[in-house]
Design a protein around this ligand. Sequence first.
Ligand code: AMP
Length: 115
Amino acid sequence: MDNCIFCKIIRGEIPGKFIHREGEWVAFYDISPKAPIHVLIVPTSHIESIADVHDSDGVLLGNLLLAAKKIAQKLKIDKSGFKLIINNGKGSGQIVPHLHIHLLGGWGKNPEWKV
Ligand code: AMP
């Protein structure tokens, strides 16, 4: 989508600190981290939120969760623990209307996380 910030990052029109790129999803660091490790897992196709997915998106949605596992392993937070968050709609705090999973972790022995 032309004016979508995440579509622009995926197309390389604005910079993103990528961890991984794959056909149907990418992972890059959040520009304003809310945890010691804060990564966004983002489908390359423009879907606004979970409220907009169809039955035919089931495989993609499963692959996004598998992507989160892979990135957690890559960043070595799979054993210590990590949190996945998806905001859906303005009322939930979604700012960027392009579906993304927040992957948060790396708190170590002094967790400061809040739900
Ligand atoms: P949400 O509130 O779920 O829509 O989350 C959007 C996230 O995108 C926020 O955590 C922002 O810090 C992050 N964000 C916004 N712009 C950028 C950017 N250019 N690069 C990386 N992350 C971004």
